[in-house]
Design a protein around this ligand. Structure first.
Ligand SMILES: NC(=O)c1ccc[n+]([C@@H]2O[C@H](COP(=O)([O-])OP(=O)(O)OC[C@H]3O[C@@H](n4cnc5c(N)ncnc54)[C@H](O)[C@@H]3O)[C@@H](O)[C@H]2O)c1
Length: 341
C-alpha cells in the first residue's frame, strides 16, 4: 500500500506561540513534517529549526517559492497576517493563521477572497473549538440536550502577574487578540445564529497608569444574537491564580459548562484544607487543543473530513471585535451592521 506523503509545513514567526506550535507539530501531529522555520530574527529561527530538524529562513518568500512546501503556519504579529495570507494564496500554499485573521475587516475580506480564488485551505487559530470540554459542550447543543440557547458566557483571563508592557501592546488588543477567541466560542456554541449587537465596557484596572495611552486590560461585553440569545464575554490580562478559560451555554433544555484551569483532577488535602493546582500558561492548559487544530488542518489539507474554523469564521469574530471597539469609543450599544469595512 503506498503511504500518503506528509504535509510539508513552514512556520512563519518563531515567537512565543510559534515556538510552541512548531514543537507541537513535530511531536504530536502525524502526517505532517516541519520543513522550515521563518523569522527575521535569524538567531531565533536557526535555534528552533536546529532543534526540530528543519531549515531556517529569514523571509517568508523563501518558503512561498519552494515547491516542496505545502502550507504555512502564520504565527507573526497580527498586523502581518494579511500580507502573508495573500502571498501564500497567490503561491498556492494552504494557510493556518493564528487569530485574528487580520486586524482590519477589509483585509480579512481580501484574505478570504484570495483563499477562495486559489482554492487553498484557510484555517484560523480558534483552538478552543478543539478543547475536549468545549467540544463536548457543542456536542450537547448539537444533540438537542441544551434546547434553544438562551444565555451564553465565555471568558478569558490571562495568568498573572501581568508582565506585559502597555507601551508595546497594540491598541485594542483586548478585543482583536484576546476576546476574539470568546466571540468565536460564543458563535460556535450558538450554531446558525449570529451576533446582531454589542455593548462593550473596558478599562485599565491592572495598569491604571497606562489608561491615558488608551491601554485596556479588562473588559466585559454584552452581546445579542439574532435567535434572541443573550451572551456575555469577559477578559482580564491578570488572573493571580493562573490561566482561566471557560464557556457556558444555557437553554430551555439544559446547560453545558466547559473549561477548567486545573492541571489535573488531583485535589490535595492537607492541614490547611483542600486545593488543586492551576495552569499558568495557555500552552499548558490548551496544548491538546492546539494539537487538535493542527491535526484538523492536516486533514483539511489532505482532503479528509475536517471541521475547521474558516476564514469566514475569522471575519465574523473580527466584526464583533470591531463593533466592540466602536462601542467603547462611543460609549453605546453598536449594531453589527454599523461596522464599516
Ligand atoms: N491561539 C492562541 O491561543 C494564541 C496565543 C498567543 C498568541 N496568538 C497569536 O499568535 C500571533 C503571534 O503571537 P506571539 O505572542 O507568538 O508573538 P511574538 O511577538 O512572541 O512572536 C512573533 C514572531 O514573529 C516574528 N516576525 C515578525 N515579522 C516577521 C516576518 N515578516 N516573517 C516571519 N516572522 C516574523 C517575530 O520576530 C517574532 O519572533 C498573534 O497573532 C497572536 O494573537 C495566539
Amino acid at each position: 500500500m503506498p503511504s500518503t506523503p506528509p504535509v510539508r509545513l513552514a512556520l512563519v514567526g518563531a515567537g512565543r506561540i510559534g515556538t510552541h506550535h512548531a514543537r507541537a507539530i513535530v511531536e504530536d501531529v502525524p502526517g505532517a513534517t516541519l520543513a522550515a522555520v521563518v523569522d527575521p530574527r535569524t538567531d531565533v529561527a536557526t535555534a528552533l529549526a536546529n532543534q526540530l530538524d528543519a531549515r531556517a529562513e529569514a523571509e517568508a518568500s523563501a518558503v512561498l517559492t519552494d515547491p516542496d512546501i505545502d502550507a504555512i503556519i502564520v504565527t507573526t504579529p497580527a498586523a502581518l497576517h494579511r500580507d502573508l495570507i495573500i502571498e501564500a494564496a497567490a503561491a498556492g500554499k494552504h494557510v493556518f493563521t493564528e487569530k485574528p485573521i487580520t486586524t482590519e475587516l477589509d483585509q480579512a475580506d481580501e484574505c478570504v477572497a484570495a483563499a477562495a480564488t486559489a482554492g487553498i485551505v484557510l484555517q484560523v487559530g480558534f483552538n478552543r473549538r478543539f478543547a475536549p470540554g468545549f467540544v463536548a459542550a457543542r456536542r450537547a447543543v448539537d444533540e438537542g440536550r441544551i434546547g434553544t440557547p438562551q444565555i451564553l458566557r465565555s471568558l478569558t483571563r490571562d495568568p498573572g502577574p501581568y508582565g506585559g508592557d502597555p507601551a508595546r501592546t497594540p491598541l485594542w488588543t483586548i478585543y482583536l487578540e484576546t476576546l476574539i477567541h470568546d466571540f468565536d466560542t460564543l458563535r460556535w456554541l450558538n450554531p446558525g445564529s449570529e451576533v446582531v449587537s454589542v455593548t462593550a465596557h473596558a478599562d485599565a484596572l491592572i495598569r491604571p497608569d497606562a489608561r491615558d495611552t488608551g491601554f485596556l486590560d479588562t473588559s466585559v461585553v454584552s452581546l445579542r444574537f439574532d435567535n434572541g440569545a443573550f451572551a456575555t464575554a469577559e477578559a482580564s490580562f491578570c488572573a493571580t491564580y493562573g490561566y482561566d478559560v471557560r464557556g457556558e451555554v444555557f437553554g430551555d433544555g439544559g446547560m453545558a459548562t466547559a473549561g477548567s484551569g486545573r492541571t489535573s483532577d488531583m485535589t490535595y488535602y492537607g492541614p490547611q484544607g483542600a486545593s488543586h493546582d492551576t495552569s499558568r500558561a495557555d500552552t499548558d492548559l490548551l496544548h491538546g487543543a492546539y494539537v487538535g487544530e493542527f491535526r484538523a488542518f492536516v486533514a483539511a489539507v489532505t482532503g479528509g473530513p475536517s471541521d475547521i474554523p474558516t476564514g469566514e469564521d475569522g471575519i465574523k469574530a473580527l466584526e464583533i471585535a470591531r463593533a466592540c471597539i466602536l462601542s467603547v469609543r462611543e460609549s453605546r450599544t453598536v449594531a453589527l451592521t454599523e461596522v464599516a469595512r
